[in-house]
Design a protein around this ligand. Structure first.
Ligand SMILES: Cc1cc2nc3c(=O)[nH]c(=O)nc-3n(C[C@H](O)[C@H](O)[C@H](O)COP(=O)(O)O)c2cc1C
Length: 198
């Protein structure tokens, strides 16, 4: 793979990020749009989990989740987060940091329209993070939801959130250990890109 140069990343590193996600999909990397998302509680304690990024572009990285979930509540109360992609087959990692915003209802509806019916069913059957007595509860909840009409649209309580990149760090593996690490930070007059030691 060709070394990574600052000119590849400028003037808009979000394009490079989108190109890397597109390349991960085009080369059939496992779960190419899966991103580890780190949020922090009010007391600063961090937590992380995976989300599927549904949209990526100059405005940021979008995911869907339940507003009752820990990640959603933390990102609303303290709207700063970090995202991480790793594509082992490409030897690439990307870190993204920035503020988190709520997506408008029409954008959430458009993402939901593309989801498989089973995932819509689960979203209607329970609130993410609810305490359950047993696995049988899951079956009961699904059966109840299936027996009810699906009103369509966005299941109650589901929201979309967007991580707006303030900093993006691209890491690309080199077989001799001379890994490329380029940090792009958004400033008042555009993005500034620096090379960091790996
Ligand atoms: C590959 C992968 C993708 C996932 N995508 C999502 C997602 O897009 N939205 C979501 O709410 N949970 C997703 N999950 C489940 C979350 O990782 C997590 O278990 C759940 O959202 C509850 O997290 P929280 O309690 O920290 O909010 C995904 C899990 C995996 C393993």
């Amino acid at each position: 793979m060709a070394p990574l140069l600052p000119d590849d990343v400028t003037p808009d590193p979000t394009r490079m990020l989108a190109a890397w996600i597109d390349e991960a999909r085009a080369t059939s990397q496992p779960q190419p749009t899966a991103m580890a998302l780190a949020t922090a509680a009010a007391d600063g304690r961090p937590s992380a989990r995976m989300v599927f990024v549904r949209g990526w572009g100059p405005d940021g990285l979008d995911w869907l989740t339940d507003s009752a979930s820990r990640k959603a509540r933390e990102a609303v109360a303290r709207p700063d987060a970090a995202g991480l992609f790793y594509w082992a087959g490409l030897g690439r990692q990307v870190r993204v940091e920035g503020p988190v915003r709520l997506l408008p209802d029409d954008a959430v509806a458009a993402y939901f329209a593309r989801r498989r019916p089973e995932t819509r069913l689960a979203a209607r059957a329970w609130r993410q993070g609810e305490r359950l007595g047993s696995r049988a509860d899951l079956h009961r909840r699904i059966a109840t939801a299936r027996a009810q009409d699906d009103p369509g649209g966005v299941p109650d309580g589901w929201i979309g959130q967007r991580l707006e990149p303030r900093a993006i760090e691209f890491w690309q593996e080199d077989p001799d250990g001379l890994h490329d690490r380029l940090l792009a930070v958004r400033g008042a007059s555009g993005w500034v890109v620096e090379r960091l030691a790996p």
